[in-house]
Design a protein around this ligand. Structure first.
Ligand code: PEP
Length: 255
């Protein structure tokens, strides 16, 4: 049985005051972590103070990115070792915005996955589809190739700490055009099949695969009812604390 994981992705939104108020508002109102794990990925600048504020809460704070070296002359980058020292457990890697706007290749994403694992951080590896499957040839192969390339050299033991997020960029950010639950489930299923082929059935059955892309109150019940969706990555709809709590409670109530 895979425990659901909900990850809010704030991107580059909020001031530090808004961030602190948000976390203070929700940190005591979450379901127990036995039912659902809840994290918010926040801008690097907010990590330290939010990790401190949530030390005794089920709410965990994740990073939105890290670099692939532990230290060195890399102006502006964030060390995975420093994240670990802060108490950060998860880092989002390979988000479609990083791939598209910051030209992160599969090789770079793979280096980051290794650096995170070596530092003791759990990567959430995002893989993209830019168009609906069936509307354009090659989308499945491209999505699968991001899974294969992102996990290159990751061993079976390390796979226990990896989460994958199926995040079709055609569904991200609109708040309206989400994948249908069956499209989302099929994407997550294809990822699980790829893991089975790369590793084995046991690892494929154990790994959590999340869906991300315009998740909201209306589509979440149906998404969580699907067999291969183990949780969600939520951008826009995670920005309002009341709304985020509502989404967490929907996941918590799902079987
Ligand atoms: C995201 O950017 O990871 C995301 C899922 O965004 P949204 O929920 O806004 O589509």
């Amino acid at each position: 049985m895979r425990k659901p994981l909900v990850v809010g992705n704030w991107k580059m939104y909020k001031t530090i005051t808004e961030a602190v108020n948000y976390v203070d508002q929700i940190k005591g109102a979450l379901p127990t972590p036995e039912k659902v794990e809840v994290e918010i990925a926040v801008p690097t600048l907010f990590l330290q103070s939010l990790v401190e504020r949530t030390a005794t809460s089920p709410l965990k704070i994740a990073a939105e990115n890290c670099f692939y070296h532990d230290e060195g002359a890399f102006t502006g980058e964030t060390s995975p070792v420093a994240l670990r020292q802060l108490g950060v457990k998860h880092v989002i890697l390979g988000h479609s915005e990083r791939r598209r706007l910051f030209y992160e290749t599969d090789e770079v994403v793979n280096q980051k996955v290794h650096a995170a694992l070596n530092a003791g951080i759990c990567p959430i590896l995002c893989v993209d589809e830019t168009m609906k499957r069936g509307q354009s040839h090659g989308q499945v192969a491209w999505m699968v190739s991001q899974v294969i390339a992102g996990l290159k050299g990751v061993n079976e033991d390390e796979m226990a700490r990896v989460t994958i997020a199926y995040e079709p960029s055609w569904a991200i950010g609109s708040g309206k055009v989400a994948a249908t639950p069956s499209e989302a489930n099929e994407g997550c299923y294809l990822i699980r099949q790829t893991i089975a082929a790369l590793y084995n059935d046991q690892i494929a059955n154990r790994i959590r695969v999340l869906y991300g892309g315009s998740v909201n109150e209306t589509n979440l019940v149906d998404l969580m009812a699907r067999s291969d969706i183990d949780g969600v990555l939520i951008g826009r709809a995670s920005l309002d604390p009341t709304n985020f709590l509502k989404l967490v409670s929907i996941v918590s109530a799902s079987e």
